[in-house]
Every structure is written in C-alpha cells, then in structure tokens.
Design a protein around this ligand. Structure first.
Ligand code: SF4
Length: 359
C-alpha cells in the first residue's frame, strides 16, 4: 500500500456555462496556466478566443490575478462568456474574493491566514460553497510565516499549509486544494511528499519562479516526474517566463511521459543534422499548435531525411520526411505521397493536411 494518501475528489466549475472538472480522486491530472496580462480593460472577446486556443491544446483551467475591483468585475463578466473554468488569484483582500464569486469562477486562490480574521474566512467560504467554487491555499517558500523560518523548509511549507487548512476546517469548508511551491526542486519534492503522507487534500504542483523556457521545463519535469508517478499531484502548472501556450504544451508533455495523461496527439521529430533534406524545425513550429489541437489519439513523425526518417517513424500514424529533392509523407512507414521540394512550403503543407484528414 502506498505511503501517500489518495487525494479526495474535489469538483470545480460547472456553474453557469463553465465546464465542470474534478481535481483529485480518479480524475486525470489537470493542466493549468495563468493569464499573463492584466484583465481589466482587456477586450473580453479576445480573451475568450485566447482561452479557447488554450483549451484546444489541453489546458483545463486558467487563473487570473485579481488585484482590484475592476479586475474582479471583468472576471465576473468573463466567466459568463467562456466554458473555461476560471480561477481568481487573490492576495489579502477578501472583498475581491467575494466580488469575484459573483461570477461563475471555479476556484479562488486565497490564503485564509492573511485575509484578516475568522469572520472574513467564513464569509469567503460560505460564498464559495454557495457558488460551487473550490479554494486553493498556496504556500510559497518566499513568504513563510516568521515562526517557521527556523524549520526545515519543506517541513515549514507543510506546516504553513496545515495552518491554512485548519482555518478553512474551522469554518466547515472542505472543497480545498493545496499548493506548496519552493524554487528548488528537491524542496518542492520533499514538501509535497511530506504533505501527501499526512493529508488526502489534492495537490496543485508547481515550481515557483521556475525560470525561462528551458530551465523552467527542466525544473518542472524533474519535480513532477518524481511526484506524479507516485500518485502525488492532481493538477499542475508549469511556470515559465514564456508564453501560456508553452506552459500548457510543456505540462502535457510531462504528464504524457509520466503516464498521467493518455491520448491526444504526440509529435515525434528528429533534431535535424547535416543530412536533412527537409526543414524539420520550421515544419514543427508551423504545425505544432494545429496538431496539438486535434482531438485525435495519434503519433505524428517529422523527420529530416530518409536515412532514418521513415524507419524511426514507422510506428507513426502519419509522418513526413525529406528525401533528396522531394518530401515524402508516410503512414506506418509506407510512403503515401511525394511532393517536390521545389513546389514550396505551401504545397507541402497542403499535401500533409490532405493526408492528415484521411486518417
Ligand atoms: S532523421 Fe536524418 S536529418 Fe534527422 S537527425 Fe536523423 S539523420 Fe539527421
């Protein structure tokens, strides 16, 4: 039997037009990102379209910083326009939580310990309960309570989270999730392990201030790759100093490799070398978003040359490779179409799209 507790299932979203989602229990690990620009004053139609694009590549929830009333009101309006479950991220001001809960938000990220007293915690908890929203308490190693600073930092994170949980427990609220984020991978792993030994509360995994694209993905991969296969972690966010799209793509790749998420499109591509007869990098960057948006369970291979291309990609449902002056499209290693490179990128893309549709 696992030394870690099985996370409870917490239902979020589903009020209004928002899609409902279960985090924890037997539900697949969900993917989150955070909107990267101020919501107040934004064109909400454009935000709705942006959320739809994120949903298409596998994003399950999107969190918005709510620093003021104008943003809380915008979030309320947005929640009536999109099926994407939304999360309101609030620091200190419980009135912003109450105001955001006028909308159909799925979750509030707030720490009871810093909103100023039990009455306020109770007010937020009661409204969240009425509105069907969950609460995530988030503890960061950079903002631990002073009396915990002398402890081992992983233990301190667990203790800080336990205090937040106790505050919600006191007002009878149990639709809760917890995140404990440290900027070091070993600390993140130890804190989440220690928490999962003691509590059946679903964990939101993340490495805070993970860094730019490559460093951030490496850190998140190591942390999630250690935790998820052991059943620790019910929802993830890969934090990057990069686009939301890349956060979602990185998360889905990590989940797929951890066996935490099945199905969907898998792109395998060669790194390209001096043998290449086809610009693998350009093709992948042109096609990645469209391929990942397909609601299919397929493998797509993109290879630079015939030396290794069709052979290495023979398990792929569809593949493309350079071959001298030609570009070959193949299925399960068998050539199905040949296009002359001289016909240009558009002809190659058109042929590939036609073959893709036949799958
Ligand atoms: S498939 Fe061809 S181009 Fe790509 S890395 Fe292998 S040998 Fe090089």
């Amino acid at each position: 039997m696992s030394e870690f507790k099985r996370p409870a299932a917490v239902a979020v979203g589903g009020s209004g037009i928002a899609r409902s989602l279960v985090i924890g229990g037997d539900a697949p690990v969900s993917i989150q990102t955070m909107w990267k620009s101020p919501l107040a004053g934004s064109d909400l139609g454009a935000v709705v379209n942006g959320l739809a694009s994120l949903a298409a590549i596998g994003c399950d929830l999107v969190r918005f910083a709510v620093p003021d009333e104008e943003t809380a009101d915008a979030l309320v309006r947005l929640s009536r326009l999109t099926p994407m479950p939304l999360v309101a991220d609030i620091h200190f001001d419980y009135r912003l939580a109450l105001r955001s809960l006028d909308g159909d938000v799925a979750k509030i990220r707030i720490n009871p310990g810093n909103i100023g007293g039990e009455d306020r915690v109770r007010a937020v908890a009661e409204k969240a309960r009425d509105r069907g929203a969950a609460i995530r308490v988030g503890v960061n190693s950079g903002s631990l309570p002073k009396d915990l600073l002398s402890m081992d930092r992983a233990e301190a994170l667990v203790e800080a989270a336990a205090r937040e949980l106790a505050a919600l427990d006191k007002v009878g609220f149990d639709r809760v999730l917890v995140s404990m984020k440290a900027s070091s991978v070993p600390e993140t792993i130890r804190a989440n392990e220690a928490f999962a030994r003691r509590y059946a509360v679903p964990l939101h995994l993340g490495v805070t201030e993970a860094g730019p694209l490559i460093g951030g993905i490496v850190k998140s991969s190591l942390a999630f790759g250690s935790l998820l296969p052991r059943g620790i972690g019910s929802t993830v966010r890969v934090s990057l100093s990069d686009s939301m799209e890349n956060e979602v793509i990185a998360a889905r790749e990590i989940l797929a490799e951890c066996g935490s998420r099945r199905g969907g499109v898998r792109i395998v591509s060669c790194p390209r070398c001096g043998r290449n007869g086809f610009d693998v990098h350009a093709f992948v960057s042109r096609w990645q978003r469209e391929l990942l948006s397909l609601d299919r369970d397929i493998t797509v291979a993109v290879m630079g040359c015939v030396v290794n291309g069709p052979g290495e990609g023979k398990h792929a449902d569809i593949g493309i490779t350079g071959a001298g002056d030609s570009v070959i499209i193949f299925r399960k290693g068998e050539t199905v179409r040949t296009v002359s490179s001289g016909d240009g990128v558009e002809a190659v893309d058109r042929a590939f799209r036609e073959e893709l549709r036949k799958l």
